[in-house]
Design a protein around this ligand. Structure first.
Ligand SMILES: [Zn+2]
Ligand SMILES: [Zn+2]
Length: 288
């Protein structure tokens, strides 16, 4: 069941709770705009909810299925309304709940072949695997998704841009380095989810073993605050509405340090800068 555009139920921009049908609260001026919710971000689990009101997907599902359901419901989002899960790479913090959620809600899993092979023992049997290729766009109903390669220590890691009409969001975490290809893809976004993993000094002086510090710092590890600032400087523009700093280390970074270092890269005071957290869901962001 799909409600007409002139139908207004409840609070603008909120999604229904507990309904099996695809019913969303539509307002004429809020129709077919992208909404984004950071359900979790960090080395203990990542999941991003993206919806245009008729198609809803998860980009990664790196918490347990039950915890992802709980976080969706905490933001009045219905797990039953999900259409698909899209996977960036096989690391556990991105796939932990993929199999359970796919089986529970009969969701197709969009994943590259190499990632699928690397992740299959953990994901288990799912009915519908759809292989995409890094660098080739694909559609899930109304959403156009473009996976682009990233430099990260996984089999075939990708970041994503998701387009709806002229609105574009970029999801770029688990970046070893911000290559010029990554920068090219992240141009002209309305919302950016950007990795800000560690503060270099905190990492160097912190408690991690030397090998792990090297792994994080190197070209296939994670972006520091400084590197994230440089990436944002390269892609920031005045139509950007939101920047969400993500995959932040709980040991080697603080939200204050990240915001202080990366904030000056914003070209416009109206751009909202926030930090996604590990332990609770962010609120739903509706793009203009
Ligand atoms: Zn990873
Ligand atoms: Zn990760």
């Amino acid at each position: 069941m799909v409600l007409g555009l002139d139908t207004v139920i409840g609070q603008k921009g909120r999604f229904c709770k507990g309904l099996k049908e695809k019913i969303f609260f539509l307002m004429p001026d809020n129709n077919h705009k992208l909404s984004v919710c950071m359900l979790a971000s960090g080395s203990r689990g990542n999941a991003v909810f993206v919806s245009d009101g008729s198609t809803s997907i998860l980009v990664d599902a790196g918490l347990s299925g039950i915890e992802i359901e709980r976080r969706l419901k905490s933001q009045e989002l219905c797990p039953e309304n999900l259409d698909a899960i899209v996977v960036s790479h096989e690391h556990f913090d991105h796939i932990h709940g993929v199999g359970v959620l796919s089986r529970r809600f009969d969701l197709p899993v969009f994943i590259t072949e190499q990632t699928s092979r690397a992740a299959c023992s953990h994901i288990g049997k799912v009915k519908n695997i759809v292989n995409f290729e890094s660098g080739t766009s694909f559609a899930i109903n109304s959403l156009t998704i473009h996976p682009f390669p990233t430099s990260h220590d996984a089999e075939d890691p990708v970041g994503f841009t998701i387009n709806l009409d002229k609105t574009k969001i970029g999801i770029a975490t688990d970046l070893g380095i911000a290559t010029s290809m990554v920068k090219e893809h992240l141009k002209d976004c309305s919302l950016l989810i950007l990795e800000a993993n560690h503060d270099k000094d905190m990492l160097i002086n912190g408690p991690y073993p030397w090998e792990l510090k090297q792994r994080i710092k190197n070209r296939t590890g994670h972006l520091s605050n400084e590197e994230s600032k440089n990436l944002l400087s390269a892609v920031c523009h005045d139509m950007l509405q939101h920047v969400i700093l993500a995959h932040m280390s709980e040991t080697n970074n603080t939200p204050e340090k990240a915001l202080n270092i990366i904030g000056p890269a914003l070209t416009n005071k109206n751009i909202q800068l926030s930090v996604a957290t590990q332990n609770e869901s962010g609120s739903v962001i509706h793009l203009k």
